[in-house]
Design a protein around this ligand. Structure first.
Ligand SMILES: NC(=O)c1ccc[n+]([C@@H]2O[C@H](COP(=O)([O-])OP(=O)(O)OC[C@H]3O[C@@H](n4cnc5c(N)ncnc54)[C@H](OP(=O)(O)O)[C@@H]3O)[C@@H](O)[C@H]2O)c1
Length: 264
């Protein structure tokens, strides 16, 4: 399928691993000029080289933490005028007892999962409006819509992000700028793998892989019958970034193998 975005400039903020990297690959395949960010340099540079080699795309790596002003300004300087902005972060750690969460825990969560994406959007939307075309996709989390007691450092801040984008997307759609969110469920990514120790600590279980896997499966009954790969989300992300998505505005699309049962 031709996504009709060949030659456009695209940012994948959080593009060196996981669902961000998989999305970056689909965008590169569609012929965009790509800018990818992450905090850790080596994996980012490697990802840019690999994507460029595989798809023959121009891929610029920018070390930039979206949750800091310094990081955001590094991105703004490197790519002032993108047509496409996709944003993600790594999964925030599972919390233990909710009573032990501190104000600083909440500030960190909000800086990373809410203010970072809002500030990237706020900076880039005016240029997209002036040019009459833009696509913004947040890769957030299904716990924004389906609260989970162990995802308090992820879900509440993303629920606020959904609220923000619900309003802003309706404001900017008249200029050809479309904002939508993807809400992934359980995906076997690099970021998820890095959480094994914290996951075990949060639930007070042994951190050996078999124990953690068994606990995780018991707590996540997925009708599709498997934990997804990053590539299971990327096609939908690329579609929402494309010209074909011109009538899709302010939607929150859950991709979770059917785990959560809400009908809306
Ligand atoms: N994996 C799951 O099971 C799962 C479940 C529900 C929701 N989600 C959500 O899906 C999204 C993607 O998760 P994932 O599992 O694909 O993560 P991942 O494998 O850790 O990949 C995240 C990417 O974003 C980068 N990144 C992280 N924080 C960043 C920041 N502050 N600024 C810039 N780049 C940043 C990472 O590189 P650096 O670390 O080097 O910065 C990496 O390139 C997250 O929003 C997560 O909450 C994931």
């Amino acid at each position: 399928m031709d996504l009709k975005i060949k030659g456009k400039k695209a940012i994948m903020a959080g593009g060196s691993a996981g669902m961000g990297r998989a999305t970056a690959e689909r965008l590169a395949e569609a012929g965009v000029e790509l800018f990818i960010t992450a905090r850790r340099q080596q994996r980012l540079v490697d990802a840019a080289q690999e994507i460029s080699a595989q798809y023959g795309a121009s891929v610029t790596p920018i070390v930039a933490d979206s949750s800091t002003e310094e990081g955001r300004h590094a991105l703004f300087a490197a790519c002032p005028d993108p047509d496409i902005l996709a944003i993600t972060i790594k999964p925030p750690p599972p919390n233990g007892n909710f009573l032990e969460l501190t104000p600083q825990n909440w500030r960190d969560s909000i800086e990373t999962a809410l203010i970072g994406p809002i500030e990237l959007m706020r900076h880039y939307i005016p240029g997209m409006q002036d040019r009459g075309w833009g696509r913004i996709v947040n890769i957030a989390t299904f716990s924004a819509k389906n609260p989970m007691i162990w995802r308090l450092m992820s879900g509440p801040a993303r629920s606020a992000l959904l609220n923000y984008t619900a309003s802003v997307s309706r404001e900017v759609a008249q200029y050809g700028v479309n904002i939508n969110n993807l809400l992934p469920g359980m995906f076997a990514t690099e970021g998820a793998g890095e959480l094994r120790e914290t996951y075990a600590a949060a639930f007070g279980i042994d951190s050996d892989p078999d124990t953690v896997r068994a606990h995780f499966q018991a707590n996540n009954q997925i009708p599709a019958g498997f934990v997804a790969d990053a590539t299971d989300l990327a096609p939908m992300a690329a579609l929402l970034c494309s010209d074909l998505a011109r009538f899709i505005v302010g939607q929150n699309i859950v991709i979770d193998g059917g785990q959560h049962r809400s009908i809306l």
